[in-house]
Design a protein around this ligand. Structure first.
Ligand code: SF4
Length: 469
């Protein structure tokens, strides 16, 4: 079966969506590779968006993502502050510089085509690029954005990474066997596996840059005011909540800021407000094309950092604990990718917030001294209470209900970890693998209305009210 690195589950990128922004962005980069030596002969490029990418792509910035990809920009490293300017330039000039090398005529209003009533067969998130080439046949390719920023080309098998790991795991039951056989914690097993792909130094440095990105994102979100883009006029709230918690404290660096938070009262209500604030901050940044870490998706990117910051601020976790947390969380995420889905277009919100909550719950339980069984139990409790949760982002934007859902997912993770830490897993009736299987069965039974189409639930209700007004 497929072998997935934790760094495939935790990717530094740009908001607002891993499946609708990062995936199409990566698909455009892959298409540039396909153009290869023909790049300088390209005369036009058209992009066809299908299914969920057509229905909610505008709100998720799919159009922006494919243009950034065609420009050859890397979502991990590009200057996010310059995206608006680059888009305005294309809009105004009706030209695009392919891979930053070759200028073509490109009108986003004409050359990005939304097929609202058509889906491609393999997955609801399909897109096709077609390049007309001077003096030779056009080059065309279809891609599917299958969740969490993963992309497959039509005809390509999604399961292609079949390397031999020291501890291969298809399910959480495999993890239990390996850990017990070799007396390992979950993070130790992951550490051994990851060395198949990277050196220890590379693993440490990548874990640290993920954490730096997460905490910078929280910090920036807590210090930004205003309204989110997209037309819903959603006010940012993390800043207000943050300011009321911080009162008149002063600080000049993120480390000093964390020290101030640590020194503040931490009643139950304070902790709930802080965790909510951290999650809101990340997802407000995500909704405004900020830099976030996909975990396992962008729209659920606030859950892990909120729980990690909770661990840092209220339980004194150091960077070693944070790195271990990321390894456990990433590994749990892989079980959902292999056994179910992390795509809301396939599984609704249980596949995004539900999975991120399960990842955080297991990692928190192990970080707080839980056994392997308790960590897996925490993940099972967290996903169990997200089963069947629908995806219906109002207006196709990643704002309502998405931003608050991250706060809820973080709190459920903390609750799940605490319940598991006080439980005897040998008495549990449902395993994590059972819950993942049920999540997948539920996903297949759900109406398409509730899988990221903005055609049901809150979206439909609010749209009707708006029209009636
Ligand atoms: S409702 Fe949930 S699954 Fe849907 S876009 Fe929002 S966070 Fe993602």
């Amino acid at each position: 079966m497929e072998r997935i690195s934790i760094f495939d589950m935790l990717k530094i990128g740009v908001g607002p969506s891993s499946s609708h922004t990062i995936g199409p962005w990566q698909a455009a980069l892959n298409f540039l590779d396909k153009l290869d030596v023909h790049l300088n002969q390209v005369t036009t490029v058209t992009v066809d968006l299908y299914g969920s990418l057509a229905k909610t792509g505008k709100g998720h910035g799919t159009d922006i993502a494919v243009m950034m990809g065609l420009r050859g920009k890397n979502p991990r490293t590009c200057d996010v502050a310059s995206i608006t300017e680059k888009m305005a330039d294309i809009e105004h000039s009706k030209q695009l510089i392919l891979d930053d090398k070759h200028r073509i005529m490109f009108d986003p209003q004409v050359d990005i085509i939304y097929h609202f009533d058509k889906s491609l067969p393999f997955h609801p998130n399909g897109l096709r690029f077609t390049a007309q080439i001077q003096d030779t046949a056009p080059i065309s390719a279809k891609y599917y954005s299958v969740g969490g920023g993963f992309v497959v080309e039509e005809g390509e098998d999604e399961i292609h990474n079949t390397v031999q790991l020291p501890y291969p795991c298809d399910k959480s039951a495999d993890l239990l066997v390996h850990c017990h056989q070799d007396s390992l914690n979950i993070w130790e097993m992951v550490w051994a596996n990851e060395q198949h792909w990277r050196t220890p130094d590379q693993i440490m440095s990548q874990l640290q840059s993920i954490w730096e990105t997460m905490r910078t994102c929280i910090y920036n979100g807590c210090h930004t005011t205003g309204t989110l883009p997209g037309g819903l006029n959603v006010q940012r709230r993390a800043n207000q909540l943050h300011n009321s918690l911080m009162a008149d404290a002063t600080y000049t660096t993120i480390d000093e800021w964390i020290d101030v938070i640590r020194s503040k009262p931490n009643t139950f209500q304070d902790v709930v407000r802080w965790v909510s604030c951290f999650a809101l901050a990340v997802n407000e940044q995500n909704a405004s094309f900020g830099r976030v870490v996909t975990a396992p998706t962008n729209r659920a990117a606030g859950v892990l950092p909120a729980v990690m910051m909770y661990l840092v601020c209220f339980h004194g976790a150091d960077s070693k604990a944070i790195h271990r947390f990321l390894m456990v969380a990433g590994e749990i995420g892989t079980f959902f990718k292999k056994g179910a889905t992390i795509s809301a277009a396939q599984g609704g919100c249980q596949a995004e917030i539900g999975v991120s909550s399960a990842m955080a719950a297991a990692a928190l339980a192990e970080a707080q001294g839980g056994t392997i069984e308790q960590a897996l139990m925490a993940a099972e409790i967290a996903i169990e209470h997200h089963l069947g949760m629908t995806c219906d982002p109002i207006g196709g934007l990643v704002q309502i209900p998405c931003i608050e859902r991250n706060a809820m997912g973080a709190m459920k993770a903390i609750t799940a970890a605490n319940i598991a830490l006080e439980s005897q897993p040998e008495h549990a009736k449902v395993s994590l693998d059972d819950a993942i299987l049920v999540m997948w069965e539920t996903a297949k039974d759900m109406s398409d209305k509730y899988k990221e189409t903005s055609e049901g639930g809150l979206s439909q209700h609010i749209a009707v009210n708006v029209i009636e007004c």
